[in-house]
Design a protein around this ligand. Structure first.
Ligand code: AHR
Length: 313
């Protein structure tokens, strides 16, 4: 017991710890590089850290929770000033976040939430309202089929199993379409937020079902992979099968403007500048709001055409 307490005391951060040059050091554990959204998010965080004069220790978890836990432990051992991470899945963080708390290193959740009831494990959560994104996707669909009674067969490509955006977008979309029994989700499977898996799963959906009316993909990349599968099956994406996605990254917006996607609910990856402001505040012991929701919009095909020339990512 005494030995454990002694070890914990050794790992505690001394006031004024961090880098020797007086700069704030941020340890950031990123999910991976699975999508266009993620690439834009990584760039936003890196650029904003440079602009804010914050030393960034960046770690790519390659979509694996064990890699993120290892990265957070390494940040604790290095006595960084602040830890931020985008949790690959919602569950299973209490142990490692208690270690950060014991070491007196503040933690910021960015982009994705965790499901722990212990909210003292992090200072704030900066990111989108994923349930709302799913709601917006569902509401657009309901409007398209207003006044029609025939069944609408929907297939769904989910994000990686257990991730907050996969759970919440599924729920948000499901809650809206459940109000009208003509909407039927005839197949729903994870596509891991990647183009390759989106294509593979869509191929399987197309083989199993001749009568797909709508695809709801939890991100642009899976939608773009699915478009390849739909075209290879001799169907017209956006016409024979209506496609709704989430993100609004450049390639998704191009497909929307080209008529291959029908509607996108935006999820902004540009979290870097706000994150750096929060890092400075928590390092200085200032209070911050527990939940900060990103501003977002939606795009139709016409709106995508207008927005594309200015789209930065
Ligand atoms: O957590 C945000 C989601 O993760 C994005 O919608 C998706 O593209 C990414 O991989």
């Amino acid at each position: 017991m005494i030995a454990v307490a002694g070890l914990a005391a050794c790992s505690k951060k001394e006031p004024g710890g961090g880098s020797d040059d007086g700069k704030i050091t941020l340890g950031f554990s990123q999910v991976g590089a699975e999508s266009g959204w993620r690439t834009a998010n990584t760039k936003s965080v890196q650029d904003a850290a440079t602009a804010a004069g914050i030393t960034l220790k960046f770690s790519d978890a390659q979509q694996k929770q064990e890699n993120q836990i290892q990265a957070i432990r390494s940040f604790i051992a290095q006595k960084v000033d602040v830890i931020a991470f985008s949790p690959v899945v919602e569950s299973g963080w209490d142990a490692v976040l208690n270690e950060a708390k014991e070491a007196k290193i503040p933690v910021i959740l960015t982009d994705r939430a965790i499901d722990s009831p212990d909210t003292s494990l992090y200072q704030t959560f900066l990111g989108s309202d994923f349930i709302k994104e799913g709601n917006l996707a569902g509401e657009w669909l309901v409007k398209q089929y207003e006044g029609k009674n025939d069944p609408v067969n929907i297939v769904e490509l989910q994000g990686n199993t257990g991730a907050a955006p996969a759970n919440d977008r599924k729920k948000g979309f499901g809650d809206v379409i459940a109000k009208d029994p003509k909407f039927k989700v005839i197949a729903s499977q994870p596509g891991d937020f990647t183009r390759a898996k989106g294509k593979e799963v869509m191929e399987a959906f197309l083989k199993a079902h001749q009568d797909i009316d709508v695809l709801f993909a939890h991100n642009d990349d899976m939608g773009l992979g699915a478009i390849e599968a739909i075209e290879a099956a001799g169907k017209k994406p956006g016409v024979d099968i209506k496609i709704i996605t989430i993100d609004a990254v450049h390639d998704g917006m191009q497909a929307l403007a080209d008529g291959k996607i029908n509607f996108i609910a935006e999820c902004s990856p540009l979290l870097g500048p706000q994150l750096m402001e929060l890092v400075k505040k928590v390092k200085n012991g200032e209070s911050v709001e527990k939940r900060i929701v990103t501003n977002e919009t939606t795009f139709t095909q016409e709106q995508a055409k207008a927005a594309l020339p200015e789209r930065k990512y």
